[in-house]
Design a protein around this ligand. Structure first.
Ligand SMILES: *Cc1c(COP(=O)(O)O)cnc(C)c1O
Length: 487
């Protein structure tokens, strides 16, 4: 048995398999004489390595890989993360030698195809969002937020009106206030209404001459459409502020509405969520930023431009730019996949994806709302937030429900976020799941609700069927045990 942060995996480790003398390789005798190694450097005892055959090695690693869970295994309803299926063909396209082998130091003349891909994707994102111009430089959503907030700071300085505060709703993702603070703004929290959305009257109450911007996610992290966003934007604009849109939830609105039409001045796109890049394993992502005309001069450099002769170039001569935000021009592989995805779907396909994502979330909402507490009783967008209020009366909490789902073969949803819902269970099915899969998920959730009523204690140490049951997640991340020592 091997230890993982104090927990035992219910599988013999590779060190406990095999037998002495067994080997997974056969090194032919070179026939030459042994090299002259000083005695002091020669090993006296054999290293304590496993003695296993080739098939044991293969089986060991294959077994380990099967303890993992991914979108290729089943539904991955992690709310806010948009864990949808990303077509494999986009990987093939990004791996084509003309894309994969292009070097950022190539002269523009040798990189026209790559530059054109970047220029076309920026154009497509501008079209989808209604923004005037788009930079592809930022490396992730949070990095896009930071870039956007720096643009806002620069715009305010250019107006001769440096302001100190940014309004952030209580439903915001944690990266929002962090991006404000890193851009030297003070994040001021705004309370959402009883309906879970922004109340224009509350925004009007806190909006003053020292507020540079408001940061809004639409739909918000409760999966609810901020229906008063145009009114909120009007209030903020009237007092000289700007509106930042966290575009991580674009999967719920693209093709149906454009953030610019709702009053947003600057936003990031999470290409790895909305536009076809597998994520969750640590990267790479990409967080392009779009801006309205007034903010275009401040976009980071380099910018991909189309010249008068029709060719493409990276240009740096933008004196008002906030400067560079990273090395080179962007996460090129992710950019290629995003363009392939947008081109394959087309305008109608993009709208369909949005409609299916919203339909799927509302299907789960309708089928589960009699068994799980729904804090906001109204149609949702691409994700639905429940709470553990009904089950916690019997001692079963959100974490128990999430862990029990693993025994039913599903990845757990996002838990305990957004923070304004006590015991939140945030489910985002995405558009790529079919009805049969959603029904299986509903059956699993209902069976957990039944179990919570009948035998609540059995849920406290779920999951029972996985290799590891309940690791100490904090310790596993902070002090991982990555080495093995023979006893
Ligand atoms: C994922 C997410 C972010 C951050 O994006 P990253 O690419 O993970 O940095 C910001 N806001 C919301 C609402 C998100 O869901």
């Amino acid at each position: 048995m091997s230890a993982v942060s104090g927990l035992e995996i219910k599988e013999p480790s590779i060190f406990e398999r095999g037998s002495p003398g067994r080997s997974a390789m056969d090194v032919p005798d070179s026939g030459g004489s042994a090299p002259d190694i000083p005695d002091a450097l020669l090993r006296k005892a054999s290293p304590e390595l496993p003695s296993v055959s080739e098939s044991e090695v293969v089986r060991h690693f294959t077994r380990l890989s099967r303890m993992n869970y991914g979108i290729d295994v089943g539904l991955y309803p992690l709310g806010s993360c948009t864990m949808k299926y990303n077509p494999r063909v986009n990987e093939d396209i990004a791996a084509m030698p003309g894309f994969a082998a292009v070097h950022p130091y190539f002269p523009a003349a040798l990189a026209q195809g790559a530059l054109r891909v970047m220029w076309e994707l920026a154009g497509a994102l501008a079209e989808i969002s209604g923004m005037e111009a788009v930079t592809l430089a930022p490396a992730a959503g949070a990095h896009g937020e930071l870039t956007g907030m720096r643009i806002i700071r620069r715009a305010m300085e250019a107006r001769g009106d440096p302001r100190k505060k940014v309004l952030v709703p209580d439903t915001a993702h944690g990266t929002n206030p962090a991006s404000c603070v890193l851009s030297r703004f003070k994040a001021v929290e705004i309370k959402s209404s009883e309906e879970g959305i922004l109340d224009p009257a509350e925004v009007a109450r806190v909006m003053d001459d020292d507020v540079a911007a408001i940061m809004i996610t639409n739909p918000n992290t409760l999966g609810l459409f901020e229906q008063d966003l145009p009114e909120v934007a009007r209030i903020v604009h009237e007092k000289g502020g700007l509106v930042y849109g966290d575009g991580a939830n674009l999967n719920a609105v693209m093709g149906r509405t454009r953030p610019a039409s709702l009053g947003i001045d600057v936003m990031q796109f999470n290409l790895h969520k909305t536009f076809s890049t597998p994520h969750g394993g640590g990267g790479p992502g990409s967080g392009p930023v779009g801006v309205v005309r007034e903010l275009e001069p401040y976009l980071p450099i380099p910018r991909v431009m189309r010249l008068e002769d029709g060719s493409f170039a990276l240009q740096e001569d933008f004196p008002e730019s906030i400067g560079r935000v990273r090395s080179f021009a962007g996460q090129f592989g992710v950019i290629v996949k995003a363009l392939a995805y947008v081109r394959a779907l087309g305008a109608a396909g993009i709208r369909d994806a949005t409609e299916m994502a919203v339909l799927n979330a509302n299907y789960l909402r309708a089928r589960l709302k009699d068994r799980f507490h729904l804090p906001y009783e109204r149609p949702c967008m691409h994700e639905v937030v429940f709470s553990d209020r009904i089950q916690s009366a019997g001692g079963v909490r959100t974490m128990d429900i999430a862990k029990a789902l693993m025994d039913h073969g599903f990845h757990p949803p996002t838990v305990y976020f957004p923070l304004i819902v006590h015991g939140a269970i945030m489910i985002e099915p995405t558009e790529t799941e079919d009805r049969a899969t959603l029904d299986e998920f509903v059956d699993a959730m209902i069976s957990i609700a039944d179990e919570a009523e009948r035998t609540p204690d059995s849920l406290h140490d779920a999951p029972h069927l996985t290799a590891i049951s309940r690791p100490d997640e904090v310790q596993a991340a902070r002090k991982p045990v990555l080495t093995w020592k023979p006893k």
